[in-house]
Design a protein around this ligand. Structure first.
Ligand code: NAD
Length: 265
């Protein structure tokens, strides 16, 4: 089996990365950063998000597993003390794979090129205005649903529903539900402006299209980074055809992870 190990870049994560590489090489596995079967991330959820984007061109071939060197991560759910156990699992057993849905985002630019750029998000896409309120039409399945006015909108995956979406009052969705969730950021609601005010969950094949209407500069984020897109005509979101594959070496059910992350013992 071919593996790669990525690190957050701090001393603790770098040392652990080198240890894992040495152990797995001793077991006769191959270190192969270009085309790995398994990517082991060491750091936090941000490290796994980065690895997902680095290897998003080969999601059918590459599986991911995360170790956290800080507080419990949602994707990075192994602790450094378990590394020996994890390495033995990787070396000795064919791993099971759990697939989670992803968000497809297609951004159309507003210049004469009308260029379309496609992104995949593991957590979410956010749309905010850089100055003033964002005014955007929200179309669902080709029909205008509402004109949103406020700070912005967050469109998340089920596994991203515990991240930014949760801070916005969105529901936590189990990743077996192939869906996307639209959550508002501080919508303006009064006699003149009206939005639904509740997070919406769209099933697979239902598309959400956002078209910014006022001339404010719009900032789009895809997970942890903000691509520089220029003027935006529309942002289309739906459940992606691709999925992320997590390597599972022990049961750690989603609701247990939610409990351990947010409620504790
Ligand atoms: P970061 O270092 O600011 O981390 C943000 C926190 O989000 C970390 O504690 C991380 O463990 C946690 N996190 C990431 N994905 C998660 C998930 N799926 N479920 C539960 N917690 C999760 O930034 P980063 O590590 O680069 O992560 C980027 C993510 O930060 C974005 O995708 C977004 O979801 C999140 N974020 C959250 C807020 C907020 O909650 N108000 C604001 C901005 C960004």
């Amino acid at each position: 089996m071919k593996f790669a190990v990525t690190s957050r870049g701090d001393d603790i994560s770098n040392t652990l990365k080198r240890r894992i590489e040495t152990y797995l090489l001793d077991f006769g596995l191959f270190l192969q950063e270009e085309e790995p079967d398994l990517v082991i991330t060491v750091g936090g959820d941000g490290t796994l998000l980065q690895a997902f984007h680095d290897y998003s061109h080969r999601l059918e071939e590459t599986a991911f597993v995360g170790i956290h060197t800080g507080h419990l991560g949602f994707y990075a759910d192994w602790i450094p003390e378990e590394v020996e156990k994890l390495v033995i699992h990787i070396a000795k057993t064919p791993f099971q794979v759990v697939e989670y849905p992803l968000l497809e985002v297609i951004i159309k630019s507003n210049d004469e090129t009308e260029k379309e750029i496609r992104y995949l998000a593991l957590n979410e896409c956010t749309v905010k205005s850089i100055e003033g309120s964002l005014v955007s039409s929200v179309e669902i399945k080709g029909e205008t649903f509402e004109i949103f006015r406020g700070d912005g909108l967050c469109i998340s995956t089920p596994s991203g529903s515990t991240a930014y979406n949760k801070a916005l009052g969105g529901a936590i969705l189990h990743p077996s539900l192939a869906s996307i969730q639209i959550a508002e950021m501080a919508s303006i609601n009064n006699r003149v402006y009206r939005t639904v005010g509740s997070p919406l969950v769209l099933p697979q094949h239902h598309t959400c299209l956002l078209k910014p209407l006022n001339n404010v500069r719009v900032q789009v984020s895809i997970d942890h980074y903000n691509p520089d897109i220029g003027e935006i005509a529309s942002i289309q979101c739906r459940v992606a055809d691709e999925k992320i594959r997590f390597a599972r070496f022990r049961p750690f059910p989603f609701w247990k992870r939610v409990k351990e992350s947010f409620i504790g013992d």
